[in-house]
Structures are given as structure tokens and as C-alpha cells.
Design a protein around this ligand. Structure first.
Ligand code: GLY
Ligand code: MN
Ligand code: MN
Length: 445
């Protein structure tokens, strides 16, 4: 974490979130969240560690082998943290650990214990509590340990110990909180989108025939790291030609050819928040007439969809608008035959557009939060952030003229719902044909 005032702001945010969560949980309850496990890439080589987003959201605590326990109304300590103890011998190899004392001093825990004490201490924290808030099913090993602790408390029933009677999904409340971004989070998301945009601009400027897809990925990563991001928010997709039609293509190992389009879907992770941007452009810097026709159609669909992003609109309105525009355009270009209304009803567009128009965006690239409330699509409200990303993917197929084959296009922006409309966080990357061609030609470089 950078400056100390930024640190103070972040710590205040975490404390506020814990307070709000504990208010919802109510007295007589306890919440338990384990840290994300460390994963191995091979033998003794670990993947770079990333904390679970829920865990970060409530504490900012970055280490594995940790457990948060929240006990609303408990007089001695409401926020407890179990973590790895300090260990000079181990720290010589893998760097400093925060330790229980640091968990209290730096992360605001009311009490902290070494992780090895969890089997002794946690059952005692369950005693006399009615409800346990916990996310079941995402860490099977931890599920079993928790079951064991609850059983241990139940086994003492005859000595008058009251064991929890109710398990409540922690996701439900916590993820609803995460869906509404605070001012502080919006600052971070704006920055994540700006840095993501810098990566895309650099990729556009470096793109030319003969470059490998992974070199484009490298240019993007370079820009992310130059601006304080240690990692992309997800594996970069850099697909030329037919690869642009593979929705989650990540091999990125082919060379780019003259006359093809390149689809790049890449986003930086900045202080735990994701950018998620896609741009599609010609490898040689000039759109062919067919590429241009389909590109203009996807762009029209994207702009129409973004106009649907404002308070009071439903989650599905941008998708619906994109589908309408795409279907109409596909009929005009001769790629679909029939009346627009019937084609939409029969979902005929799915031959060329098989995904939805967006998703929530936040700490996770496909962020948490419900899309429906009961049976109805959710209403958009200020503070929500979503992507708007229509596309068209024309794989070689019967009934489609060859001139369209292997054109894959997606245009994706990150959009914040504001009080009176929306803000496009990722607006710094060109997306009109003229602006893209100008940047690639070096005119606006
Ligand atoms: N990058 C994944 C997505 O756009 O949903
Ligand atoms: Mn996306
Ligand atoms: Mn994306």
C-alpha cells in the first residue's frame, strides 16, 4: 500500500465494511472467513499469491493461512484474526510476515492469534452463538474443519453449552455490499481502467504483421507494471484472425498476419480492482470493407447498449438493446434472413453473438452480486460498475459468404452507473474506426 493517508483511508473503509456487515448479522452471530489457499504451480513452486476478494474487502490483510472471525457485540473483541506467526528462519527465505501483533497494530484486529491456535480458540468463539455466517462449498477442507468445531461445541451440550443452530450464507450480504462501490473504490476502479487503457494503446501502436500474439500480451503487461500493477486481472486474450472468434482464447502463440483483425481483451488489476477492456483492430492498421462493416455494427450496438446504463434501467436493458441493433444490422448485411422481431425471438443472432453483453465488475473481473431479484432483472443503481461488451464472431459456416469468415470482433468498456447516467471508466482507448486507424498510423501516438 502506498502513501500513509491512502492507508488510513483504506483502513477506515475496511472498518466501516465490517461494522455494516456485523449490523446485518445481528447479535448472537459469528462470521468466519478463511484466506485464499496458496496454490502450487509445480513441486515447490507457488503461483503468485492473491488474497480472496471477500477477505481483502473486509480487512486488506494480504497473507495466506489466515482466518477472519467477526463476533458482533462481543465485548472483548469483535474482529479477530488468526495468521501466520512471525518466524525469523522462514522470513529469511520468503520475506517478512505480519504476525498477530502486526495484525492488531496495522490491520485493526481487536485480537489476533497464531493460525495454529485456531483449533483451540475457534470452538470457544462458537459457544453461545446461534448463527454462523460462512460461505460453504468454496474451500472443502475448511468446510470440514468448521463442521468439526461445531460438532465439538455440540458435544458439550450436556454441560450446558449452547451450540449454533443456524448456518447462513455469508455471500448473500457481503456480495450485495460489494456490488455498490464506495467513492474510494471508484477512485481505484477509475485508475484500473486508465492503466488498462494505457496497455491497449501501447498494443495498438506496437501491432503489425509478423508480431506474435504473446508479444502483444507482453507490451500490455509492460505498461501495467510500469503503472503500479503487479498482475493483469485475468489472462490476456490476444487473438488474431480465426483466434479472435475463440471467446476465451489464451494460447496467444501465433504470429499476426496482414489482413487479419486482432482482438485484445486485457485488464489491469490495480490495488485489488479489475479493469476489463476489449478492443479489436486490423493488424495492418487499416480496416477492410467487410471488417469495417461488422466493426461499425458492433460499435453501434455497444453505443446503444451504453445509453441504457443509467439508474432505473434493468440489468438486461443494455443486452436487449445490443441484440436488437446487432440483429437489425446482420439482416442489412445479409448475414441473417427474416424479420428482426422473429429473428430476435428465435435467438438467431446466437450463431454470431453467443455471450451476454456484460457482467458486474469490481475486485473480481466477473464480480459478485445478484443479477436478478426474485424473478426480475435487477435495477441499475449509482455505484454499480458493469462491462458493456457486445461482439460478433463469424466462424466458417454454411450459408455465410466467405468474405465474412474468421472476423471476430468485441468492443468492451467499463461503465459506472452515476446518479444521472453513467461514466465510461475506460474511455481513454480509441474505438471509432478513424481514431483507431489514426493511433495505429502514429498520428495521435
Ligand atoms: N475478460 C473476460 C470478459 O470480458 O468477460
Ligand atoms: Mn468482460
Ligand atoms: Mn474482457
Amino acid at each position: 500500500m502506498a502513501g500513509s493517508s491512502e492507508r488510513v483511508t483504506a483502513m477506515r473503509e475496511y472498518a466501516g465494511r465490517r461494522r455494516r456487515l456485523m449490523q446485518v448479522m445481528g447479535p448472537g452471530s459469528v462470521a468466519i472467513l478463511p484466506a485464499a489457499p496458496l496454490l502450487h504451480r509445480n513441486r515447490d513452486v507457488e503461483y503468485p499469491y492473491r488474497q480472496h476478494s471477500d477477505f481483502s474487502y473486509l480487512s486488506g490483510f494480504p497473507e495466506p493461512e489466515a482466518v477472519i472471525v467477526l463476533v458482533p457485540g462481543r465485548r472483548r473483541a469483535e474482529f479477530l484474526l488468526f495468521c501466520r506467526p512471525r518466524d525469523p528462519a522462514k522470513e529469511q527465505w520468503t520475506g517478512p510476515r505480519i504476525g498477530p501483533e502486526g495484525a492488531c497494530r496495522l490491520y485493526g484486529a481487536d485480537a489476533a492469534y497464531p493460525i495454529d491456535a485456531v483449533d483451540d480458540v475457534l470452538p470457544r468463539l462458537l459457544e453461545g452463538r446461534d448463527k454462523v455466517f460462512y460461505t460453504m462449498g468454496s474451500d472443502i477442507e475448511f468446510d470440514q474443519r468448521l463442521t468439526g468445531w461445531v460438532k465439538q461445541v455440540r458435544d458439550q451440550a450436556r454441560s450446558g453449552v449452547h451450540a449454533p443452530v443456524e448456518f447462513v450464507s455469508l455471500d448473500h450480504h457481503l456480495h450485495d455490499m460489494r456490488l455498490y462501490k464506495s467513492r474510494h473504490e471508484i477512485v481505484l476502479m477509475r485508475r484500473a481502467a486508465q492503466i488498462s487503457a494505457l496497455g491497449h494503446r501501447r498494443a495498438m501502436q506496437q501491432c503489425r504483421p509478423g508480431v506474435m500474439e504473446y508479444q502483444i500480451e507482453g507490451e500490455i503487461l509492460h505498461e501495467f507494471m510500469q503503472h503500479g500493477c503487479r498482475s493483469p486481472a485475468y489472462p490476456t486474450i490476444a487473438g488474431g484472425g480465426a483466434n479472435a472468434c475463440v471467446l476465451h482464447y489464451t494460447d496467444n502463440n501465433r504470429s499476426l498476419r496482414d489482413g487479419e483483425l486482432l482482438l485484445v481483451d486485457a485488464g489491469a488489476e490495480y490495488r485489488g480492482y479489475a479493469g476489463d477492456i476489449t478492443r479489436t483492430y486490423p493488424v495492418n492498421g487499416r480496416f477492410s470493407p467487410e471488417q469495417r462493416a461488422l466493426y461499425e455494427l458492433v460499435l453501434a450496438a455497444q453505443l446503444t447498449a451504453i445509453r441504457q446504463v443509467r439508474p432505473g434501467k434493468h440489468w438486461n436493458d443494455p443486452h436487449h438493446a445490443a441484440v436488437r441493433t446487432l440483429t437489425k444490422g446482420l439482416v442489412e448485411l445479409g448475414l441473417l434472413k427474416g424479420t428482426v422481431a422473429t429473428l430476435i425471438k428465435k435467438e438467431a443472432y446466437r450463431r454470431f453473438y453467443m455471450h451476454r453483453t456484460g457482467h458486474w465488475l469490481g475486485m473480481d473481473v466477473h464480480d459478485v452480486g445478484e443479477y436478478k431479484v426474485g424473478n426480475a432483472w435487477r435495477l441499475l443503481e449509482p455505484g454499480m460498475v458493469l462491462t458493456v461488451e457486445p461482439g460478433l464472431y463469424v466462424t466458417p459456416q454454411r450459408g455465410v459468404a466467405k468474405k465474412w469468415w474468421n472476423i471476430g470482433i468485441r468492443i468492451e468498456d467499463d461503465v459506472l452507473v452515476t446518479r444521472d447516467g453513467c461514466e465510461i471508466l475506460s474511455r481513454d482507448v480509441p474505438k471509432s474506426v478513424a481514431d483507431i486507424e489514426a493511433l495505429m498510423a502514429g498520428a495521435a501516438g
